[in-house]
Design a protein around this ligand. Structure first.
Ligand code: S3P
Length: 164
């Protein structure tokens, strides 16, 4: 991988990752999509039918497999929180970029979200609590942090291309 994007749900990892990959002319890999392909069902179905722990196992396998690939990797919001993933990311020698986002922005972006099991389960205020529990981990695992709230995806990619 040339770069790995981490950050909370709604931080723009997929949008920014796809745009960055396009501009660098490399493939974009989305960890959630890889997990869906591995399981043959949606993230929501994995959570409903197999539970979060099963999802986290698939997520770890998907991460371990992806690191050797070429391109940009967009992780899931919970990926770096698992200890085994945290150490894989730290050892990877790939720049890890944190797309940081304010709770207000998350609330706005995830207000009508139906595809994320944790958003459904926790509600908006629960998501904000979850983010504050995770923030230290995101900071620790990343080599660069970009506060994305006031930037467009194009502006974020411009900054990233200077850093990579
Ligand atoms: C999760 C984030 C989701 C997805 C799953 C769990 C999390 O990814 O992996 O629903 O624990 O924060 P996005 O950050 O791409 O929404």
């Amino acid at each position: 991988m040339q770069a790995i994007l981490v950050g909370f749900m709604g931080s723009g990892k997929t949008t920014v990752g796809q745009l960055l990959a396009q501009q660098l002319n490399v493939p974009y890999h989305d960890l959630d999509d890889i997990i869906v392909a591995m399981a043959g069902k949606s993230i929501q179905q994995i959570f409903d039918e197999n539970g979060e722990a099963a999802f986290r196992q698939l997520e770890h396998i998907a991460l371990a497999r992806s690191l050797a690939q070429e391109g940009i990797l967009g992780t899931g919001g919970g990926t770096p929180i698992q200890a085994a993933n945290f150490s894989l990311l730290q050892k990877s020698n790939v720049p890890v970029i944190l797309l940081d986002v304010l709770p207000e922005t998350i609330m706005k972006r995830l207000k009508d979200d139906t595809g994320r099991p944790l958003a459904k389960e926790l509600g908006l205020s629960g998501l904000v609590d979850l983010k504050s529990q995770r923030d230290d981990r995101y900071e620790q695992v990343s080599n660069y942090r970009i506060a994305t709230d006031k930037l467009t995806p194009i502006e974020i990619v411009k900054i990233l291309k200077r850093q990579l």
